[in-house]
Design a protein. Structure first.
Length: 130
């Protein structure tokens, strides 16, 4: 499994915005997605998909996606994030505004994009992830 840290070291990228540019240009989905570690419980479904591990979706309709189990026990793919925008979650004013606008104190179930977007805006910057 390739993580952001391995990808960053491979391409010698200095910051988060440069990392996203390189990923958009260089990373192609070959079944081995570029997963982010957000401290979620590791789990796999019967088809080998990692559950609760967000991954990038280059060329997809959303920037990131994650496989989760819904209330019925089925595995669903939840897409979130605008692929054409970069976020600046290190800016405290932007972070506060986003979290207030999306009611991140009560993000709802994991099967909703708002949960994962709020988690992304509240987590440590990508540069500090392993």
């Amino acid at each position: 499994m390739k993580t952001f840290r391995k990808f960053r070291e491979e391409y010698e990228v200095c910051c988060d915005e440069c990392l996203e540019e390189v990923i958009d240009e260089e990373f192609t989905s070959d079944g081995n997605e570029l997963y982010e570690d957000w401290g979620e419980l590791d789990e796999e479904d019967n088809e080998g998909r990692k559950l609760n591990k967000p991954f990038l979706t280059p060329g997809g309709p959303k920037k990131r996606a994650v496989y989760v189990r819904n209330e019925k026990g089925n595995v669903v793919k939840v897409g979130f994030g605008d692929p054409n925008l970069s976020i600046k979650r290190d800016n405290p004013e932007r972070k506060k505004s986003f979290r207030a606008r999306h009611n991140c104190d009560n993000p709802g179930p994991k099967t909703k994009a708002r949960y994962w977007s709020c988690k992304y805006w509240s987590s440590t910057p990508v540069s500090k992830l392993d």
